[in-house]
Design a protein around this ligand. Sequence first.
Ligand SMILES: [Mg+2]
Length: 422
Amino acid sequence: MPDKGERVIMLADCQSFYASVEKAEHPEYADKPLVVAGDPERRSGIVLAACPIAKAYGVTTAERLGEALAKCPSLVVVKPHMQNYIDVSMQITNIYTSYTDLVESYSIDEQFLDVTGSLHLYGTAEELARIIQRRILSETGVYARFGISGNKILAKMACDNYAKKSDLGIYTLPKSNLAGLWKLPVNNMFMAGSRMTRHFHAMGLSTIGQVAETPLSKLKQMMRRKFGKNSDIQAELYWRIANGIDNSPVTPGTHGTDPQSVGHMMTLPRDYATLADIKVVLLELTELVCQRCRGLGYMGNVISVACMGADFERPSGFSRQMKMEEPTNITNQAYRAACKLLERHWDGLPVRKVGVSVSQLSSDEEYQLSLFDLDKEKFKALERATDMIKRKYGDASIMRAVSKTSAGQAIDRSAKIGGHYK
Ligand SMILES: [Mg+2]
């Protein structure tokens, strides 16, 4: 159990999430090594998720499919079904919310739960984790692991360092006993990526405990030498993580279901070299993003456009953002702003990757209805109608005439979501 008087926080993480969802859908693959890969037809595609059997062959997430197949020729390769993963993620969130209303999405397959208030109904924290774990497995086929502690940072480190490696998939790391955690190499610390780990090593800090036991003022000094004056906040962040200090609440709707931005990026099948061609893709992406905003009930205040060239050795392109005239989720309005950004910042070089996102989101409900702007209401009604048709009959059922040109990607993409195949 976590310490008395502390909150009881869990971080639940789904094992090999995409791969598990695929296996649940296809029982015939249950005992086979399986990966979900970006583009199964191309060996250069990336492995997005690998099931535990595939991992036992040495297959890892983010490697090239070709490399994975070399390690495991019998690999079952499945293309991603993002809509499915989102649906199952929501289903799992719903299971969590039947035990506590304090559920915060950290990613599509990781959620924080504050069960302090409801625990007495179920027994110990471990018993409750077991109940939830069994239920998720039987209802979705996904195996979830639970890190438990008195705050989010320790729950996360309990899950990553212990629960994932334990047979039960459940581990409690009480704040009063961090001795074991402190012995771990510093790269096991939450937020310590490979670059930061190298920096810690260069500072003579090789375990989590060594970071924790360095007086904060000294750690700040050490980091200033490396990163300059502005690194104090970072120093304090790492110091607090190492010491397991975190008072942040589990806040429903701060991630995932309540995103900071809604965006979409796609890689094009060939270079787009003319402004007109790029604008076609830009419109489609803006439409997709606005449609998603409307579905979620958001408007965005800021629009961002990114264009990148095909030559990754010599990067070209731009990524810029601007405030729109007013918060909106109307495609035409957002598209006008996106075009401005493109016209202003495009360097004229061929483009292979285009992204659009809107941020500074606010609720659709708070829409400042302008009585003099009836056009906007008409647009909104029109777009609500087209969204409905698309939901019912698929994205290809209705689209802007411009998408029928050779540059149009929407027809091809109607089979995909999130740049992935459906
Ligand atoms: Mg996971």
